[in-house]
Design a protein around this ligand. Structure first.
Ligand code: GLP
Length: 247
C-alpha cells in the first residue's frame, strides 16, 4: 500500500506569477544552502523561471550544480545512438545555454550521456556521487510524462536510460518549438527523480487542465507516470488558474 499525503498545491493567477513563485523558491533555498543541486527541465514551462534567475547577480549561483533531466538522441549508421550535437538548435544543451547558462556561466552543469543507452543508471551514479539532488524543478507533458521523458508505462523503478519519444509528444513539442523532434532521448528515470529531497512541479495553461486533474485525482499508476509524484513526501505544486480550471 502506497502512503499518499494530500498534495500541497498553490494555485496562482497566471504564468508570470507561477514563474515568480518558483524563482523565489529556488533563490530562498540557495540563500539558506549555497552549495546546492537542482535537477531541471527544458520546455516552455520553465522559461519564465530561468529568465528571472538570469537577472540575479552571478555570485548567488557560485555553489549551484544543475543536472538536466534529458537530452535528445539520434540513431547512428552503425546501429547505435548518439546525443544530438550540442550546437544543434533542438538540443537541450543549446536550450540551457540560451535560457540560463549563457548569462550564468558559473553554474556547474551536467547532462545525461549516451552511455546510459548501454548501461542504464550511469547518470544516477554521477548524481549520487555528487550527494544527490536537493530540489527537482519538474514539469509534465500533456500525456502525463514527467521527470524528462518518462512516457506512459515507464516503470516506477526506472533509472536513466534511452527511450523512444512518443508521437504525441513529438507533435506537441514540434508545435511549441517549430523544429522536427528527434526520435529518441536519454532521460532520467522515475526513480531517479523521486530520489530528490524536494520536488517543485510547475503546471501552466489550459492545455494541461485535463491531465492535471487525472494526475492529482485519478489512480496512481504507471499508465500516467506523473501520478507517482503524489507518493513523494516533499512535493509541492505551483499551478496557474488555467491549468487548475478542471480540479
Ligand atoms: C521538453 C521536456 C518534456 C516536456 C516538453 C514540453 O521537451 N523534455 O518533458 O513535455 O518540453 O514541455 P512544456 O509543456 O513545458 O512546453
Amino acid at each position: 500500500m502506497i502512503e499518499v499525503a494530500s498534495p500541497q498545491i498553490e494555485v496562482v493567477a497566471d504564468y508570470d506569477m507561477l514563474s515568480k513563485r518558483a524563482a523565489e523558491h529556488i533563490l530562498s533555498r540557495l540563500t539558506a544552502q549555497p552549495e546546492y543541486s537542482l535537477l531541471v527541465p527544458t520546455g516552455t514551462t520553465p522559461e519564465g523561471v530561468y529568465a528571472l534567475l538570469s537577472k540575479e547577480p552571478q555570485e548567488k549561483f557560485d555553489g549551484l550544480t544543475i543536472f538536466n533531466l534529458d537530452e535528445y538522441c539520434v540513431p547512428t549508421t552503425d546501429g547505435g545512438y548518439t546525443l544530438l550535437d550540442q550546437d544543434d538548435p533542438r538540443s537541450y544543451r543549446t536550450f540551457m545555454k540560451q535560457h540560463l547558462l549563457g548569462t550564468l556561466p558559473n553554474i556547474k552543469s551536467h547532462f545525461p550521456g549516451i552511455e546510459n543507452a548501454k548501461q542504464p543508471g550511469t547518470y544516477d551514479e554521477v548524481i549520487a556521487a555528487a550527494g544527490g539532488i536537493d530540489l527537482c524543478l519538474n514539469t509534465m507533458g500533456e500525456d502525463g510524462h514527467t521527470f524528462g521523458f518518462n512516457f506512459s508505462d515507464s516503470s516506477f523503478d526506472s533509472v536513466t536510460r534511452l527511450v523512444e519519444v512518443n508521437e504525441s509528444t513529438k507533435n506537441v513539442n514540434a508545435g511549441l518549438t517549430g523544429h522536427d523532434i528527434p526520435a529518441y532521448a536519454v532521460t532520467t528515470g522515475l526513480r531517479t527523480g523521486m530520489q530528490s529531497k524536494e520536488i517543485l512541479v510547475l503546471v501552466s495553461g489550459v492545455r494541461k487542465a485535463d491531465i492535471l486533474k487525472r494526475v492529482l485525482q485519478g489512480d496512481i499508476s504507471e499508465e500516467v507516470p506523473a501520478t507517482i509524484l503524489r507518493t513523494h513526501p516533499n512535493c509541492k505544486w505551483i499551478v496557474d488558474q488555467a491549468a487548475a480550471s478542471k480540479l
